[in-house]
Each structure stands twice: as C-alpha cells, then as structure tokens.
Ligand binder design. Structure first.
Ligand SMILES: [Ca+2]
Length: 334
C-alpha cells in the first residue's frame, strides 16, 4: 500500500512534465524567438496609439518589454497605457516616463477614460526615469531590442546622449515624416511626430542603429479600418481589450479638435501608428527604399545625400491586405 503514494508522485511528475514541456521546451531549430520591443508613444493624444498598443499586445512575434510615454503630460499618458495593459492582463510590462512638458486638459483626448484611474495602483512598475529604464533594458538585453516609436522623440534623443552605445544595440522602427506624400495623399508636410521636436529626431536618425525603418505618411497616412474590418472589431464586445480600444475611441471622438470625428460607429480614424508596429515584425506588404534624409528645423523630412540613411516604406504592395491583416490580428484570427 505504501508504494501507491510514490507511484502517484511519479505519475503526477510525468503528467506535469507533459503539461509544462510546451512552455519550457527549447524552441524548435530555426524557430524565431519573439523580438524584445519598447513601445515609445505619445498615447492619449491621437487614438491610433491605443489601437497600435492593442495590436502590439496581440502580435506573437513581439515581446513587449517597456512602454515609454513621451512628451507633454507623461503621467496622463502613462495612465492610458496602464489601464490598457491592466485590461490586457499585462501588468508585467513596466511603464517609463519620458520627457514631460505642460499639456492642457482639453488636449488630453482620452482624459474621461482615465480621470479616476490611480496610477499608483498599477500593479506593474511605473518608472519616473523612463530614459534610464530604456538604457538599462537595451544595454542588458541579450537580443537586440526594437524601439517602435510612434511619437515625437525627445526621450530617445536624451537616451542616446546619455548612453551613446544604445543605438548600436537596437533597431529603430518609427512612424515619422512625409517623404513624397503628405496627409490625405496631399503634398509633403511637416509631419506631427517630427514637427514637435525636429532636433530630437535629427539626433535619433543620425545615431548608429542596427537598422532604421520608417513608415512616413507615404504609407501610414492612408490606413484605417472600415466596412467589415471595422464592424468586426466594433462588435467584439466580449473581448475586453478591443472593447477598451472602442471605449477609448468613443471618448476621444467628441474631444478631438483637429477633425470632426462623427464617423466613429462606421470606421476608425487613420491608424498611422499601426503600420510601425507591423514593420517591427514584417515588411511583406510594403515596398521599402533606402533614403538619405535630412530633418529640417521646421519639421520636414527631405531627401539629402548628406543625411543619414534610413530604410523607408514608401509604397504599399498590398494596402487592402494590410487593413485586413490588422483587423484579423486585433481579433486574434488567422
Ligand atoms: Ca502617436
């Protein structure tokens, strides 16, 4: 009789091993590990950062290690990120605060969504020195980190200044600029993420990254979800993360000042930032060119043979395919 408990222990061990082995087993030869990623964002102004964070969290190719909120009221931005991460069950992700500057409440387009949110109650870490957190992460990572940047970049410029070796250990994927095309297919413009701090972007693009890959307005400026793609996301009310994205959008729509957003039941706004998240794991649907780019003092990104080179997604191979892919990804469908 005394042998039975021992046999049970052995049986349990075998059972446990068989359950756990898919988790702890080494990946098959040739399989890629998820890419460590920093999401550098001005979440809380335009709503596309919220969509992009949800997309990132739903991308198995990417391993989110840090959200670095930058520019204006970074605590407000951190609250938006924290509430989304909490809803996604990802409070393992720390939030770093970047370079802050004043921001009026009227500019905080998701404020009602986080007005009562207590950032000190976030179960993950909120790091006042987000620049230091970025440096520590990149310098200690065994794998090169991809910095996916979808806002103006003062915190990144500061990080490069503080740790000049940072860029050589990382890859930069950014939603920045307007090379041949501007907003709505119009003429080139000083794109917002550049115009806020052109000197910072100039310093970032000049740094010796392992790779620089940009989506300017040329590709990201005409992406949205509408029709069946949008309807499916709108109707995904049982999915807490997508419900949070739509809630955030409904809060944002009546507050945004740079457009009349009366179409939020029908389609998304332009989802600029989602293209940068996509480029962090695939380039299949875009055409890229290596371009030497100068950032002007007034925020234009112009071709200049003396500028640092970047790989730039200038055209879509399959624009409709990307929008469909994005919807499927958000919905966790293949
Ligand atoms: Ca953004």
């Amino acid at each position: 009789m005394r042998r039975f408990p021992f046999i049970r222990v052995i049986a349990c061990a075998i059972l446990l091993t068989s359950w756990l082995s898919p988790v702890f087993a080494a990946p098959p030869a040739g399989a890629k590990l998820p890419i460590p990623v920093v999401f550098h964002t001005d979440i809380g102004t335009d709503i596309d950062d919220t969509w992009a964070l949800a997309q990132l969290l739903r991308s198995p190719e990417l391993d989110l290690k840090l959200v670095l909120v930058d520019t204006n009221d970074t605590r407000y931005r951190a609250k938006v990120a924290a509430r989304l991460l909490e809803i996604a069950g990802r409070t393992d992700v720390p939030i770093g605060l970047g370079v802050a500057s004043p921001m009026r409440e009227q500019e905080q387009n998701q404020l009602p969504w986080v007005r009562d949110y207590d950032l000190t109650a976030y179960r993950g870490r909120v790091l006042d020195d987000g620049v230091g957190a970025l440096i520590e992460l990149v310098m200690n990572s065994p794998e090169p980190v991809s910095v996916v940047s979808v806002g103006a970049v003062p915190a990144l410029a500061r990080a490069i200044e503080r740790e000049p070796k940072l860029a050589s250990r990382a890859r930069f994927v950014g939603m920045h600029g307007s090379v041949d095309i501007g907003y709505g297919g119009g003429p080139v413009v000083a794109e917002a993420n550049v115009k806020v701090d052109p000197a910072a972007l100039r310093a970032v693009l000049a740094a010796p990254w392992q790779d620089v890959l940009l989506t300017p307005l040329d590709t990201c400026g005409n992406v949205d979800l509408d029709g069946a793609n949008y309807h499916a996301v709108w109707c995904a009310t049982a999915d807490p993360l997508l419900r949070a994205v739509i809630e955030g959008y409904c809060v944002f729509a009546p507050r945004v000042t740079w457009m009349k957003c009366d179409f939020f039941t029908q389609r998304s706004t332009t989802l600029f930032d989602c293209v940068a998240v996509y480029l962090a794991y695939s380039e299949d649907l875009v055409e890229t060119e290596t371009v030497r780019i100068k950032v002007t003092d007034d925020g234009f990104t112009v071709r200049d043979p003396a500028g640092p080179s970047a790989r730039v997604a200038l055209r879509w191979k399959d624009h409709a395919g990307f929008e469909s892919h994005l919807a499927h990804r958000l919905l966790q469908q293949r």
